[in-house]
Write a protein of this length. Structure first.
Ligand code: ATP
Ligand code: MG
Length: 502
């Protein structure tokens, strides 16, 4: 594409906007002009006709003659008619008078209009007839053009309810037409200037729109190139403003996801490094013992201990591998769920028994406060796994402390609270604990239990699978409290149960 064609396609929208704006304005102006011309035209004729009616009435009043005895119509006085004819001729007004037998009895300046039979019918009924344009015969000396165009009114006059005469009175329309012509000319000039102004206004308006769109397009191009750190300056509260806001939200969330991907990747990399490191130690130990056994260099009395050591190390390796597999299974929805109501109190008592040894090794005490027969609607194995993980963490991160485990029935489900007075976490650590491979403190890597940083990521996924909710409150140096909610049925949690997980 050449530079020019590129520019043309780029500005296409602007021209389209300009054109539509211009078309609307021109159409509006044409409609207004037409109706203005029409109204003016009508009112000009109405005024002319009113004047003609008055002229006709006054000339009849001047010249009509009555029989003094009968008080009946007697005819017209010619001298008065002629005076009127002369006076009116100065104003370009001409008239003719007809009697009831449709004979012309007087004409001023040879003005002889023809009255059609249909008009005679109306006149006899007493109606005044208005004829907008006609070309009646007028003597050469008063006609301004070879075909004089006049507007005429035919006015009937009655005496004692009897039609006695009809006056046809007319004036040339040329002055009216001149006025009209002038008005049209003025309108045309106004139309021209309005057109120019419209073009300027539509250019400014369209340009402001296309500038905003172009800005958006340029930034979109940057996003396609992978630069999510772009934001639009938001201008206006219109649709383009909304689009800009959505665009900014989009880039912000893209940036977040990108950061999230990087974070995950970094953790995965770290975990791989950790895992390799963690695996090397037990594998080296196992290999050493196996070599010792192969060359029979381990004293008989140490053999049992060596085998126990190997067993412990392999268990650790298995746990590491299993945790990873578990998480992957849950994540990819390959996990089976068999939800039913069962006795959670019994499970918790069992767990307490299992974990008491670990707890006392750290000087911890587990306090269980659960009503007998407390029911929970969950998958049995997953419930055990969830509670085991949380309580085990509490033991792991608490020294010489107390771990409270409480359970109770709440609206729509069952809630469990696991509270410890251990080392606690900072708000920053809290933000990340559900992440895979996350360990708040890298120096806690070689603790006795778990070290993959997968425990809570698995717990979180499992609780989600139950449409449940897990939250945690923690304060560094004070302790942590985990709250887990299991709904009573398969329904999805209502909105008010969603919330900040910290
Ligand atoms: N009760 C707690 N008190 C203080 N910190 C905790 C507690 N529970 C979890 N954490 C922090 O959250 C991190 C993540 O816990 P998570 O259970 O996922 O991993 P982990 O216990 O380190 O390893 P594992 O996968 O073996 O459970 C822990 O490393 C710890 O820093
Ligand atoms: Mg753990």
């Amino acid at each position: 594409m050449t530079k020019l064609t590129k520019k043309i396609t780029r500005t296409k929208l602007m021209y389209r906007l300009m054109l539509s704006f211009f078309a609307i304005m021109v159409l509006l102006m044409i409609i207004l002009s037409i109706s203005f011309i029409d109204v003016t035209n009508r009112s000009m004729y109405r005024d002319t006709w009113r004047q003609l009616r008055q002229d006709s009435d006054s000339l009849i009043q001047d010249s009509i003659r009555y029989d003094p005895v009968e008080h009946d119509f007697k005819g017209f006085a010619t001298p008065e008619l002629e005076t009127n004819a002369r006076l009116l001729a100065h104003q370009d007004v001409h008239f003719a008078i007809y009697d009831t037998s449709q004979q012309q009895v007087f004409t001023s300046n040879g003005f002889t209009p023809t009255i059609t039979a249909a008009n005679w019918v109306k006149l006899k009924k007493g109606q005044t007839v208005y004829i907008k344009l006609t070309t009646p015969r007028v003597s050469k000396k008063v006609s301004r053009t070879s075909l004089p165009r006049m507007t005429v009114i035919l006015r009937p006059y009655r005496v004692k309810k009897k039609l006695v005469a009809v006056v046809a009175i007319a004036t040339f329309v040329s002055s009216l037409e001149e006025n009209m012509h002038e008005i049209k000319l003025n309108l045309l000039v106004a139309l021209f200037f309005a057109g120019v102004l419209t073009i300027i206004a539509s250019y400014i308006f369209s340009r402001s729109v296309t500038i905003r769109i172009n800005r958006l397009r340029n930034l979109t191009y940057q996003v396609t190139k992978g630069n999510y750190n772009v934001r639009l300056r938001i201008m206006g509260n219109d649709e383009i403003g909304d689009l800009a806001r959505s665009f900014n939200q989009m880039t912000a969330s893209l940036q977040n996801s990108q950061a999230e991907i990087h974070r995950q990747e970094e953790r995965r990399r770290q975990f791989m490094a950790n895992a390799a490191h963690e695996m090397r130690t037990p594998l080296t130990t196992i290999n050493g013992i196996l070599e010792g056994l192969q060359y029979d260099v381990i004293p008989e009395e140490d053999k049992k201990h060596s085998i126990e050591l190997m067993q412990n190390e392999t268990k650790r390796l298995i746990r590491l591998v299993n945790d990873n597999l578990n998480y992957e299974k849950i994540r990819t929805n390959q996990i089976s769920m068999d939800r039913k109501l069962f006795d959670a109190a019994a499970v918790l008592h069992n767990l307490k028994e299992q974990l008491t040894k670990k707890a006392s090794a750290k000087g911890d005490q587990i306090d269980l406060a659960v009503a007998d027969g407390l029911l929970v609607y969950a998958d049995y194995d997953h419930f055990v796994q969830i509670m085991f993980n949380i309580i085990q963490n509490a033991i792991q991160f608490t020294k010489n402390g107390r771990i409270h485990v409480r359970g109770k029935q709440v609206a729509r489900g069952t809630e469990f609270v696991i509270q410890d007075d251990g080392i606690g976490m900072t708000p920053d650590q809290l933000d990340n604990i559900w992440e895979r491979y996350y360990k708040a403190d890298k120096s806690r890597m070689n603790t006795k239990y778990g070290e993959s940083g997968l425990g809570l990521a698995i717990v979180h996924q499992l609780v989600n699978l139950h449409n449940g909710k897990i939250t945690v409150k923690s304060k560094i140096g004070v302790g942590s409290t985990f709250t887990v909610f299991f709904p009573n049925s398969d329904e999805v949690l209502p909105k008010d149960h969603d919330g900040d997980e910290n």
